[in-house]
Unconditional design. Structure first.
Length: 136
């Protein structure tokens, strides 16, 4: 690759680049070469715990996708969402009944919901601080 590979044999250059040479044989020698954290660098802080909540029921209700009559009148119509989005009921049902307990939402599902409900992804998804609610 390089015409002159002699620079690979330069111990000062190898040390400055952090290249481990054959002379370093055990972990104690390796630790002696470790310079420690960079001065002024901040330590890693884990993100504030939170979760994404899916507001499908609220948006669907606002768009009029509700059961018009019967014992479930006024509640979001699962069959209406299934017909309008061509998604399976097993895909939509958890989004309606356990919206904060989802770990995965495919972009295809999100785009079909947005198309049918005439909304943007930000209308359906909300970040909530704190622990995820227990399913129950």
């Amino acid at each position: 690759m390089f015409e002159d590979d002699d620079f690979l044999d330069d111990p000062d250059l190898n040390e400055s680049l952090g290249i481990i040479t054959p002379e370093i044989r055990d972990i104690s020698e390796l630790a002696a070469h470790d310079r420690g954290p960079v001065a002024g660098a901040r330590s890693f802080q884990p993100p504030v715990p939170g979760y994404i909540d899916i507001r499908l029921a609220q948006v669907a209700r606002a768009r009029g996708v509700v059961n018009p009559k019967g014992p479930y009148a006024g509640q979001v119509s699962l069959s209406g969402l299934v017909r309008g989005t061509s998604l399976a009921a097993t895909t939509i049902q958890p989004l309606l009944h356990h919206p904060g307990n989802r770990d995965l939402l495919h972009f295809d599902t999100l785009s079909r919901l947005c198309e049918f409900l005439r909304c943007q992804p930000g209308d359906l998804l909300v970040y909530r601080k704190g622990p995820r609610p227990k399913r129950g």
